[in-house]
Design a protein around this ligand. Structure first.
Ligand code: SAH
Ligand code: SF4
Length: 390
């Protein structure tokens, strides 16, 4: 584990810069209505205007008010003066030999986050980030070693979906038939950051992703992964209603305290209590238990049996993740035989146990490897300096 000091200060930048034009991306419908009224749109028209602008932005992918042809020329000009339609800037785009795409995007303040697109035969999943870095310090996770942390705004979160659709060329042509299978059909909040430490930002962005008049993803196609922020789990069920994945990773508090330190605050029992209530409260299906396979740490047959016992009664699927290594990581990946034996015990107990195939390994796009390139560069510069004896 890196010796980097851990900062707990999460900055949230204001949604509106003091004097600049306001970004319409990321506003809820209610907030957009208020913003339009404040900018002079008559109250009576505001709801209809929100509907029109919303469709241009989220259904057609338009970024220029001039293209909003069902609004009068004068109104378009007014909007252009007071508002912008802004998404994060794509700094680099890497494509893996397996088709996985990784984008590094820049957001306000010069921060950078990573976004990963994973194509599969029957779906395409976008793995998005909710924070720059992460305040938590799971000992096997590269993101957890990043010092700088701030919450992403809803615009920056939904903006990741919008730039991916730009790159995939997936905004519909007006009048063209709808594609049966969408290139970007699923979202997982499994990139950088702990989504439940940025609850409102994530909620507002996912509401936009689910809105029937825009990107239109069903809540069943959105999965939020949490390390176990127990008090926010019930709220996720009520206010977002998406699928839930939990970074479980250990079967005793002693080991989980080390791997997922938030366990010291909310232990396995407290976490399981919250999870038991989730499917009913959210009207969702199974909970995904993520379990990273670390050689000699959490991968024995006994662990597998304990895991089955712990989750008894919870509709679940267990996703085994072979550990993805990163420079300086303090763990090793369990052997394939070990992973298979572990999976077998769980499978025989009646649970689906997909073993997650690492995707985009050649571009460091696999789970837990995300860390902003500038942070990485900074580190290697430090290493170079150390080698030069400075
Ligand atoms: N912060 C959230 C979501 C991001 S991480 C969470 O922790 O759930 C997405 C998944 O990748 C989590 O289950 C996380 O524990 C796992 N992960 C992190 N580092 C990893 C690594 N190096 N190898 C494999 N999985 C890792
Ligand atoms: Fe944060 Fe998740 Fe990484 Fe833990 S695993 S440090 S919660 S991003």
């Amino acid at each position: 584990m890196a010796d980097a000091p851990i900062t707990q200060d999460v900055m949230t930048i204001p949604r509106k810069l003091p004097d600049g034009p306001q970004n319409l991306v990321g506003l809820t419908r209610a907030a957009m209505r208020d913003a339009l009224i404040a900018a002079g749109t008559p109250e009576k028209q505001a709801k209809m205007r929100v509907g029109q602008i919303w469709q241009w932005i989220y259904q057609w992918g338009v970024r220029d008010f001039e293209a909003m042809t069902n609004l009068s020329k004068a109104y378009r000009a007014e909007l252009a003066e007071k508002f912008v339609i802004e998404v994060p800037e794509v700094v680099t785009r890497q494509v893996s030999t397996d088709g996985t795409r990784k984008y590094l995007v820049r957001i306000a303040g010069g921060h950078e986050v990573e976004v990963v697109y994973i194509p599969e035969t029957d779906r395409g999943t976008l793995c998005i980030s909710s924070q720059v870095g992460c305040t938590l310090t799971c000992s096997f996770c590269h993101t957890g070693t990043q010092k700088l942390v701030r919450n992403l705004t809803p615009a920056e979160i939904i903006g990741q979906v919008m730039v991916a659709r730009d790159d995939l060329g997936e905004w519909p042509e007006q009048g063209a038939p709808k594609n049966e299978v969408r290139l970007l059909s699923n979202i997982v909040l499994m990139g950088m950051g702990e989504p439940l430490y940025n609850f409102e930002g994530v909620r507002d962005a996912m509401k936009i992703a689910m809105d029937p008049e825009g990107i239109q993803l069903s809540r069943r196609r959105i999965t939020l992964s949490t390390s176990g922020v127990v008090p926010e789990i019930a709220r996720t069920a009520q206010e977002i209603g998406c699928q839930l994945a939990v970074s479980f990773h250990a079967t005793t508090d002693e080991v989980r305290d080390k791997l997922v330190p938030i366990n010291k605050r909310w232990n396995i029992e407290a976490l399981l209590d919250a999870l038991r209530a989730y499917p009913k409260a959210s009207n969702s299906e199974r909970i995904t238990f993520e379990y990273v396979m670390l050689k000699g740490v959490n991968d024995t047959d006994e662990d597998a049996r304990r895991l089955v016992k712990l989750i008894e009664g919870i509709p679940a699927k267990i996703n085994l993740i072979p550990f993805n290594e990163w420079p300086g990581a303090p763990y090793e990946r369990s052997s394939n035989n070990r992973i298979r034996a572990f999976a077998d015990i769980i499978y025989k107990a009646g649970y689906a146990t997909p073993i997650r195939t690492p995707r985009g390994e050649d571009i460091m796009a696999a789970c837990g490897q995300l860390k902003s390139a500038t942070e990485r560069a900074r580190k290697s510069r430090k290493q170079i300096e150390a080698e030069l004896g400075r």
